[in-house]
Design a protein around this ligand. Structure first.
Ligand code: NAP
Length: 331
């Protein structure tokens, strides 16, 4: 598994990480035993970067990671980086992004994760105004200065937000949706982040599973799965569900992507992740996994030989033809 430096954190992380929203809630049922098995399998396969948030299952994902991490041998624990997020346990108003709330939210995450100092805390998709407030970033600097966090970053919805955040001197990393069905950050964010030395965490890398090529037009998801209840953005930004593409269009495009992957001798999910991991400027790709087989398959994408420029050209052609008009201007 290739390791890379995660931007201004200076930490070394695996190029394939693990997203752990599934280990909290919103993806149907994942038992605690399965969640722990996913963490174990990922780590055994070389994954050293784990992304969570205080709201995933209202702390369930953090708590499971905290217990799992605490049980690791010291040497293994030292090599693991856990990134959490804060800011969505209350309304996304400017006044809620206060120094007092930051401390309270971080104290809860530190307890859940059983860590005195959090490795990386990301603002969890705040409104654009937040990125423009010096007071808010001063409060984040104070958390680093007093040792409650090692570094902070942001998770963003749009390219515009990513660019504003990268210009802030102490933002260590930017987490953004980047996948074969969401290409705008490839041209507009990656080069700027690289110049600034800011890490890029590529989230929703499988377009919520679409890029695995497993779904059909009549595939149904559980009632408590966001792919059922957020399909039109009823609960949070619609871009977080299937990358904001229409499900039926996504199923058709995934069929085409599967042909590209098979021509490269890879399963579609593996090709989707390996391609992202090979893009210059990406620090870590964080697929979510609901079971051990997915976790192991995803980690293996970190050691796939270079897919090359022809593969990228085919992905661009697919995106331009199927999705650019519908989504490019939106995020
Ligand atoms: N606002 C934010 O900051 C934000 C928002 C979204 C996500 N995230 C982070 O990003 C992570 C990744 O995004 P995501 O989980 O939303 O979407 P994703 O990684 O694009 O898709 C995950 C889904 O893909 C399917 N899958 C995974 N591995 C597979 C494999 N090897 N073969 C076939 N199918 C596979 C599974 O679908 P099935 O469930 O159908 O099996 C899984 O639930 C999250 O876990 C979270 O940590 C952050």
């Amino acid at each position: 598994m290739e390791q890379r430096t995660l931007g201004r954190t200076g930490r070394t992380v695996s190029v394939i990480g693990l997203g752990t929203w599934q280990l909290g809630a919103d993806w149907g049922d994942v038992s605690e035993a399965e969640a722990t098995a996913v963490l174990d399998a990922s780590h055994s396969a070389g994954v050293t970067f784990f992304d969570t948030a205080d709201v995933y299952g209202d702390g369930r994902s953090e708590t499971i990671i905290g217990a799992w991490r605490a049980a690791l041998p010291d040497a293994d624990r030292a090599g693991v980086t856990v990134a959490t997020k804060m800011g969505r346990r209350q309304d996304q108003t400017l006044e809620n992004y206060s120094a007092a709330n930051f401390r309270a939210w971080n104290d809860r995450s530190r307890a859940n994760l059983r860590m005195d100092t959090l490795d990386l805390v990301q603002l969890h998709c705040p409104p654009t105004d937040v990125y423009q407030s010096d007071t808010i970033f001063d409060a984040l600097d104070a958390l680093v200065d007093d040792g409650s966090i090692d570094a902070y970053g942001v998770s963003v919805e749009t390219v515009e937000q990513a660019l504003i955040a990268i210009a802030r001197p102490h933002v260590a990393s930017v987490q953004i949706i980047l996948n074969a069905f969401r290409l705008k950050p490839l041209d507009e964010v990656l080069p700027v982040a690289m110049d600034a030395g800011v890490g890029i965490i590529a989230r929703v890398p499988l377009a919520s599973g679409l890029l695995s090529g497993r779904y059909r037009h009549d595939t149904a998801f559980a009632a408590d799965d966001h792919r059922t209840y957020n399909r039109t953005g009823g609960a949070f930004d619609v871009g977080e569900t299937f990358s904001g593409v229409d499900f039926d269009d996504g199923v058709e495009a995934a069929r085409e992507f599967s042909v590209l992957a098979e021509a490269a001798g890879l399963a579609p999910a593996t090709a989707a992740l390996a391609w992202l991991a090979q893009l210059p400027g990406v620090s870590s790709v964080i697929p979510g996994a609901r079971n051990v087989a997915q976790a192991e398959g995803n980690a293996a994408a970190g050691s796939v030989p270079a897919l090359g420029d022809a593969f990228t050209a085919s992905v661009r052609e697919l995106y331009d033809r199927r999705f650019r008009a519908a989504i490019h201007a939106r995020w």
